[in-house]
Design a protein around this ligand. Structure first.
Ligand SMILES: *Cc1c(COP(=O)(O)O)cnc(C)c1O
Length: 368
């Protein structure tokens, strides 16, 4: 069967190499590498796609989160509620503003357990940060209702979820949307990149200055800013890649359904969770993450059969050394999941045959 790689970014790019090189060449000879037309065009494309008034390109998903919180005035003395099983920068960005991340446990499907938000809210709470982990949309109806009731900002970490929808609304359009364009994400640049979506004109103006050293025009700065612009070359590349995103997303969704049906059919007792869309959810399956017993052994067994898998993430954030100072309470679901999660190859180059083979091998592992 050959090796089934976990990611195939190079193959993706190879398929559209001509178009990508043409876009890069245009920037090279224009000599305009900072902001400019292509960045603006990409921002407009994203705003249209996510159905927000504005989008601001920045240099990473991490900066999208950090700058959003800075623009909202979040800082020392404030608390932000963050799920414990995300990429670490969901929480480090909170801490770097001077605020305190308050970790919340997750449901079986990896998403913030909205039922637990209420008990974590204090007079210091300023925002909730739902993470659309694995490309699955959080329950935005409930989270938004809670945020409105308590007067909290909603910072959506949709780093893994470009095009995901809750109901008919794209994630990133409920609060402030923070997307990553890191190569491994479902809309990936050829380097770092990020983008923020919002309907708030004032916030937009703040973000435009914050990402560009605080400058409101060529020579004047009213606020202290950062250098965090989306690179023009990356924007040009992303404008090309954007054309293929809907197709690639459909392929991922089809692959996910194939996995789901096959794994359900096999009724493997040791496989405790298999992702699928539930009511109101339109997932984009950046990751296809099952929960399985003897995960580490299964991973080695699959590797032996030529199937590469990955773990996102083996250490829950509240267990990271950098957050030891918070003395966070234990979060049973996030901690249990860290031991059981395994992400299977789901990219566009995985064939139905590959999926059949992978599911057969998972089944064989538990029979032995
Ligand atoms: C990737 C990711 C980030 C950070 O994005 P970068 O572009 O790598 O800085 C933040 N949150 C989540 C959930 C992510 O998956």
């Amino acid at each position: 069967m050959g090796i089934i790689n976990y990611v195939e970014i190079g193959k993706d790019n190879d398929g559209i190499k001509g178009e990508l090189l043409e876009a890069i060449e245009k920037i090279l000879v224009s000599g305009k590498f900072i902001l400019g037309e292509e960045t603006k065009k990409f921002e407009e494309n994203i705003a249209r796609l996510i159905k927000t008034k504005y989008a601001v390109g920045v240099n990473s998903g991490t900066d999208a989160l950090f700058l959003s919180m800075k623009a909202l005035g979040i800082g020392k003395g404030d608390e932000v509620i963050v799920p414990a099983n995300s990429f670490i920068s969901s929480a480090t960005t909170v801490a770097l503003t001077g605020a305190t991340p308050v970790f919340i446990d997750v449901r079986e499907n990896y998403l913030i357990d909205e039922g637990k938000i209420g008990s974590l809210i204090t007079e210091k709470t300023k925002a909730i940060m739902p993470v659309d982990f694995t490309g699955k949309p959080c329950n935005m109806s409930k989270i938004l209702e809670m945020a409105k009731k308590k007067g909290l900002f909603l910072i959506e970490d949709c780093a893994q979820a470009v095009l995901a929808k809750w109901g008919n609304k794209p994630v990133g359009s409920f609060g402030v949307g923070c997307f990553s364009l890191h190569p491994i994400k479902n809309l990936g640049a050829c380097g770092d990149g990020g983008i923020i979506t919002t309907n708030d004109g004032e916030l937009y103006d703040q973000l435009i200055q914050l990402r560009n050293i605080g400058l409101k025009n060529r020579n004047e700065a009213d606020i202290l800013g950062y250098n965090s612009r989306l690179d023009t070359l990356q924007a040009a590349i992303l404008n090309v890649k954007l054309k293929y995103l809907a197709g690639a997303t459909e392929k991922r969704r089809r692959n996910a359904l194939t996995y789901y049906n096959l794994l359900k059919e096999k009724k493997i007792r040791e496989v405790k969770y298999v992702p699928h869309d539930e009511k109101n959810e339109f997932s984009v399956y950046s990751l296809f993450t099952i929960q399985a017993e003897k995960r580490d052994k299964l991973m080695v067994y699959l590797k032996d059969k030529g199937i590469e898998t990955a773990i996102y993430y083996p250490i829950p954030i509240h267990k990271q050394k950098c957050f030891e100072y918070l003395k966070a309470q234990s979060l049973p679901n996030a901690e249990l999941q860290a031991k059981m999660i395994l992400s299977l190859p789901i990219h566009a180059h995985v064939s139905e045959k590959n999926i059949q083979f992978i599911c057969d091998e998972i089944s064989n592992f538990y029979k032995n």
